[in-house]
Design a binder for this molecule. Structure first.
Ligand SMILES: [Zn+2]
Length: 92
């Protein structure tokens, strides 16, 4: 079984309005160019986070929303909240 968690377990805050096209998925704060970041894979139509080890299971599935950047601080907080690291480095 591919592991997922509800996005709400990561305690996201979607109230902010990003001013640029480069923002943190979890807090919606804009990321500065070159700012340290991780990524998350959003699946199930935006409702779940896929575990990095199981991401291939979601390729070409309905509801796969793709990868989004997360700031380094939020990545740390998510790891604490979820008890596992659901963020990853995107290899360019
Ligand atoms: Zn953030």
């Amino acid at each position: 079984m591919a592991r997922t968690v509800s996005i709400y377990d990561a305690d996201p805050d979607f109230r902010k309005d990003p001013k640029t096209n480069d923002w943190c998925w979890r807090c919606q704060k804009d990321l500065k160019p070159g700012q340290a970041r991780r990524h998350v894979r959003i699946v199930a139509g935006g409702m779940e986070l896929a575990h990095p080890a199981d991401m291939e299971a979601f390729d070409n599935t309905p509801g796969d929303c793709g990868c989004f950047p997360v700031g380094a601080d939020c990545a740390r907080k998510m790891k604490k909240l979820l008890g596992d690291d659901f963020t990853f480095d995107l290899i360019a």
